[in-house]
Design a protein around this ligand. Structure first.
Ligand code: IPE
Ligand code: IPE
Ligand code: MG
Length: 267
C-alpha cells in the first residue's frame, strides 16, 4: 500500500513501453549489441516487478516488432534465445506474483523453442488476476489493424456483420488487444526517440505519451515512477474543455471497473 501512496494522482490502468536503446547502450560501452539486449532483459525483470508492486493493472512490453525480423539473423537468433531464457527463468516469479502472461502479435512466427514455453506459461498463469503482463512479439500495429479489418470483412461476407453498424467500438472489438487488455492510458518510450515505430496505433488514440532519454538497459524503478507521476499530473480532456472535465465525477482509482464515460475511456 505504501508503494501505491508514493505515486500521486490516478494510476494508468494499462501502461505500454517501447523498450528502445539496447544497441546504443552496448555500443557506447564498446560491447556487442547482444550485451545490450541481455541487460535489457534485466530491466524487464525490474519493471515488471515494480509495476506489480505499484498496482498497475496491465503492462504491455514491445519486445520484438514485425519489422525486427529483418535485423541480421544472428541478432534475431540471439533475441529469440533471450526470450526463451526469460520465459523459463521468470516462470516462478510470474506465477508466484499473480501475474497473467499474455501476448499480442503474430506469435505463430516465433520458433518452437520460444512458442512452447510461452504457450505453457500463458496457460499456467491464465487464472492469475493481480496484473496482466502482455508481451508484444512479432507485433506490428498496422499488421494488427489489417488483421482486424480482414476478420471484419469475413464476418460481413458471412452475413454476420452489417457494414452500416461499423463504428470505432465495433472495429475495436475485432482487434486482438481489445479482449485482453484495458485501454492503454500511458505509453512510455525510452532512448530519446520520439516515434511510435508501429507499436499500438489504434489503441493509443488518447494515451498519454512519456518520452525519456534513458536507454532501456538503464531504465529503473525510479524511471517508471517518474513516468507514473508525469501521468498523474496530466489533465486528460478527451476533446472536452477543462471546465467540463472539472465538473465530471473523479475518475475511479486503478482497479475499479468502470469510470465516467469521457474521463475513463481512452479508446
Ligand atoms: C530495443 O533496442 C530492442 C529491440 C528492438 C528488440 P534496439 O536493439 O532497437 O537498440 P537501438 O535502438 O539500436 O539502440
Ligand atoms: C521498436 O524499436 C521495437 C521494439 C522496441 C521492440 P526499433 O528500434 O525497432 O524502432 P526504430 O527502428 O527505431 O523505429
Ligand atoms: Mg531501436
Amino acid at each position: 500500500m505504501s508503494d501505491l501512496e508514493s505515486i500521486p494522482g490516478p494510476l494508468p490502468r494499462h501502461v505500454g513501453i517501447i523498450m528502445d536503446g539496447n544497441g546504443r547502450w552496448a555500443r557506447s560501452r564498446g560491447l556487442p549489441r547482444e550485451e545490450g539486449h541481455a541487460r535489457g532483459a534485466d530491466s524487464v525483470r525490474t519493471v515488471v516487478r515494480a509495476a506489480r508492486k505499484i498496482g498497475v493493472q496491465a503492462l504491455t512490453l514491445f519486445a520484438f516488432s514485425s519489422q525486427n525480423w529483418d535485423r541480421p539473423p544472428e541478432e534475431v537468433f540471439h533475441l529469440m534465445q533471450l526470450l526463451r531464457r526469460y520465459l523459463i527463468q521468470e516462470r516462478s516469479e510470474i506465477l508466484d506474483n499473480g501475474i497473467r502472461l499474455t501476448t499480442v502479435g503474430d506469435t505463430q512466427r516465433l520458433p518452437d523453442y520460444v512458442r512452447s514455453p510461452l504457450v505453457e506459461l500463458m496457460s499456467a498463469s491464465a487464472d492469475n488476476d493481480d496484473m496482466v503482463l502482455c508481451l508484444a512479439l512479432s507485433y506490428g500495429g498496422r499488421e494488427m489493424i489489417a488483421k482486424a479489418a480482414a476478420a471484419m470483412c469475413r464476418a460481413a461476407v458471412a452475413g454476420k456483420l452489417d457494414p452500416a453498424t461499423v463504428d470505432p467500438e465495433v472495429f475495436g472489438s475485432y482487434l486482438e488487444s481489445s479482449n485482453l487488455l484495458p485501454p492503454m492510458d500511458l505509453l512510455i518510450r525510452t532512448s530519446g526517440e520520439h516515434r511510435i515505430s508501429n507499436f499500438f496505433l489504434w489503441e493509443i488514440a488518447y494515451a498519454e505519451l512519456h518520452f525519456t532519454e534513458k536507454l532501456w538497459p538503464e531504465f529503473e524503478r525510479a524511471d517508471l515512477e517518474a513516468a507514473l507521476r508525469d501521468f498523474g499530473s496530466r489533465e486528460r480532456r478527451f476533446g472536452l474543455t477543462s471546465d467540463q472535465i472539472a465538473r465530471l465525477p473523479a475518475r475511479p482509482a486503478a482497479g475499479d471497473e468502470e469510470g465516467t464515460s469521457a474521463a475513463s475511456s481512452s479508446g
